[in-house]
Design a protein around this ligand. Structure first.
Ligand SMILES: Nc1ccn([C@@H]2O[C@H](COP(=O)(O)OP(=O)(O)OP(=O)(O)O)[C@@H](O)[C@H]2O)c(=O)n1
Ligand SMILES: C[C@](O)(CO)[C@H](O)COP(=O)(O)O
Length: 236
């Protein structure tokens, strides 16, 4: 049997409604570049690691060609099959990868376009931890704050232990066939790949990520990401 290959799939079909920006947030400029370009750069830096790098955008996306004029380069794929939910976008993207020759036993790393602070070394750590695992796993971060459960009135109902709680990040790495099957069963309500895998009775591996690998969700997240990216590049 031939060795499993690695693919990267980047869901990029969200609207960014919580960020309140006028256009899709993944195309907003941060540290001098569109957000999604920083995301792509982390994967491109791992030359030779991936058999394919796929960006999944909405079918009617009119911005991507303007924002990323040189995408797709060799080994890259623009898939215009984004769906109404993140799960639908990933599912459609996986089907397209399968149709273009990816095998069921090949691995896929699914990573949010909106998590533009991921680093090549974090991606490599996930691959190293998962490539010999029977299930696969995800980058995740231990809670640094005390956790509260709210009552309907907005008061503290309880304070659960945080020792066993992690924040799910991306990339999330699974076999393409296993993940596609799990997402076809899960429907659109799951908010990450690991949830779909859990839904078929499997336990994904938690691989320590970093607080800096946060998803840009709210308007206030952009200034922090901009500052971090500028300091990494020694930009003013
Ligand atoms: N239908 C969707 C929804 C989300 N995403 C992608 O999934 C990632 C994480 O989604 P998130 O940022 O939480 O969702 P958005 O839809 O972009 O934002 P919001 O929920 O605030 O509208 C992002 O890269 C986003 O582009 C996607 O490809 N397709
Ligand atoms: C996949 C994810 O980034 C893991 O934390 C997250 O679940 C996506 O967020 P969303 O707001 O549910 O789209």
């Amino acid at each position: 049997m031939s060795a499993s290959r690695l693919f990267a799939l980047i869901p990029c079909a969200g609207s960014g409604s919580r960020a309140g920006s006028t256009g899709p947030k993944q195309y907003q400029r941060i540290a001098g570049r569109p957000m999604v370009e920083h995301t792509l750069e982390a994967f491109r830096a791992l030359t030779g690691t991936f058999a394919g790098l796929a960006l999944v955008v909405a079918p009617d996306d009119a911005d991507v060609g303007v924002v990323l004029p040189r995408f797709p380069a060799a080994g890259e794929h623009l898939l215009r099959v984004g769906g109404a939910s993140r799960a639908a976008t990933v599912r459609n993207g996986l089907r397209a990868l399968r149709q273009s020759g990816a095998g069921p036993h090949d691995w896929v790393l699914v990573h949010d376009a909106a998590r533009c602070l991921v680093t090549p070394s974090q991606i490599e750590a996930l691959i190293a931890a998962c490539e010999h695992d029977a299930v696969g796993g995800l980058l995740a971060h231990r809670l640094a704050d005390t956790l509260k459960v709210a009552s309907p009135e907005g008061r503290v109902a309880s304070t659960p232990t945080r020792a066993d709680k992690w924040l799910a990040q991306t990339p999330q790495m699974f076999r393409i066939g296993m993940l596609l099957d799990a997402l076809e069963r899960s429907g659109d309500s799951v908010t990450d790949e690991a949830s779909a895998i859990e839904g078929v009775g499997l336990a994904p591996l938690l691989v320590p990520g970093s607080a800096q690998n946060f998803k840009l969700t709210y308007a206030e997240d952009f200034a922090l990401a901009d500052a971090i990216l500028r300091s990494r590049r020694s930009l003013p």
